[in-house]
Design a protein around this ligand. Structure first.
Ligand code: NAD
Ligand code: UFG
Length: 336
């Protein structure tokens, strides 16, 4: 009996694999390594002292997935596999729709054929769109996304709801992540995206390690206390722990539930820069630049539903997130 982790070699996937293995669960990982390296999974093995099967395959390949289900007794799936760069999704909409939507359909087909009907899906706070009423609650209506990446998250949520309507045997958690950052406290695992990053902390990481010259603060004229965007940053290990709780949750019931995973607290870009500088002792050079199209001023979670349903809450603060990121960068100057 094992948990299949799609996209398990990625940033959130590897941290979740560690938490799953440490909680005594068996795992099977599939990933095509389009945005990760197999080495990341060796780090998971090294950290936990446990081994597990890894299949380097594309989830679009339903036949190959079918063989994974045949070779292993899979209880439930955590579905991380997907492309996630907002800007790139605007440039390459078809690639994003094909990979994320068709990939999910392919996975669901393989799951149904194997009679495995439990899924924890990586959704995103992006489904709340530009809703001005923070904190975001799961009861809010979702909004049309401003980019193809966000659209895929919303569509997959709809697909999974429709699936449950058609067959009440499914048990599905739609986890709406806010902004995961940080790294494993050991410094052995962390975020190492292929290509040019577009999220705040990976960019700060490139700047302080000399790989990028300067951070562009994208907008200082938002309606926020200091004018910069406010987000709900969440330690990746807290997020990983949320997945272990979500797996226990989908095991015991049927249904489909959207659940926010965030801390419930927002920090501005300037506050993040200060926290990172305090944790690292290194200055973050920055300049103010125009807003990014589609960005919103403020986003943070109402995290009460996760407490009620999953018995989960974030335990690590912004200082710990920045400290662990800095530790990872120092131990891995050339990435994973
Ligand atoms: P990541 O890119 O590090 O991990 C995703 C993994 O999926 C990668 O290892 C990639 O190689 C793999 N993958 C992509 N397409 C695949 C395919 N067709 N077949 C097999 N493997 C494939 O990203 P992450 O930050 O770990 O995000 C994991 C999930 O969480 C994604 O679905 C992402 O959209 C979602 N999410 C992330 C954030 C964030 O800020 N990191 C926020 C909200 C939601
Ligand atoms: N920012 C900068 N400079 C940069 C990049 C970002 O100042 O170079 C600012 C943004 O304006 C924003 C904050 O830093 O105020 C955070 O930006 P991120 O790109 O790190 O995060 P977002 O909240 O914009 O987007 C993230 C994920 C999306 C997801 C969204 C909602 O990248 O995939 O959260 O969950 F859709």
């Amino acid at each position: 009996m094992a948990i299949l982790v799609t996209g398990g070699a990625g940033y959130i996937g590897t941290h979740t694999c560690v938490e799953l293995l440490e909680s005594g669960k068996d795992i099977v990982v599939v990933d095509n390594c389009v945005n990760s390296k197999p080495e990341a999974l060796n780090r998971v093995r090294q950290l936990t002292g446990r081994d597990f099967p890894f299949y380097e395959l594309d989830i679009l390949d339903t036949g190959a997935l079918g063989r994974v289900f045949k070779d292993n007794q899979i209880d439930a799936v955590i579905h991380f596999a997907g492309l996630k760069a907002v800007g790139e999704s605007v440039q390459k909409p078809l690639a994003y729709y094909k990979n994320n939507i068709t990939g999910t359909l392919s996975l669901l087909e393989a799951m149904a054929a194997a009679n495995c009907r439990r899924m924890v899906f990586s959704s995103s706070a992006t489904v709340y769109g530009a809703n001005p009423d923070v904190p975001f609650k799961e009861t809010y209506p979702t909004m049309a996304a401003t980019n193809p990446y966000g659209a895929t998250k919303l569509m997959i949520e709809t697909i999974l709801r429709d699936l449950y309507t058609a067959d009440n045997g499914w048990s599905i958690a739609l986890l709406r992540y806010f902004n995961p950052i940080g790294a494993h406290t050991s410094g052995v695992l962390g975020e190492d995206p292929n290509g040019i990053p577009n999220n705040l902390l990976p960019i700060i990481a490139r700047v302080v390690t000399g790989k990028m010259e300067i951070l562009n603060v994208t907008g200082d004229d938002y309606d926020t206390p200091d004018g910069t965007g406010v987000r709900d940053y969440l330690h990746v290990c807290d997020l990983a722990d949320g997945h272990v709780k979500a797996i226990d949750y989908v095991m015991g019931k049927t249904g489909v539930e959207a659940i926010n995973l965030g801390t419930g607290k927002g920090y501005s870009v300037y506050e993040v820069i200060k926290a990172f500088e305090a944790a690292s002792g290194v200055k973050v050079p920055y300049k103010v630049a125009p807003r990014r199209p589609g960005d919103i001023a403020t986003s943070y979670a109402d995290a009460t539903k996760a407490k009620e349903l999953l018995r989960w809450g974030a335990t690590r603060g912004i200082d710990e997130m920045c400290r662990d990121l800095w530790n990872f960068l120092q131990k891995n100057p050339n990435g994973l």
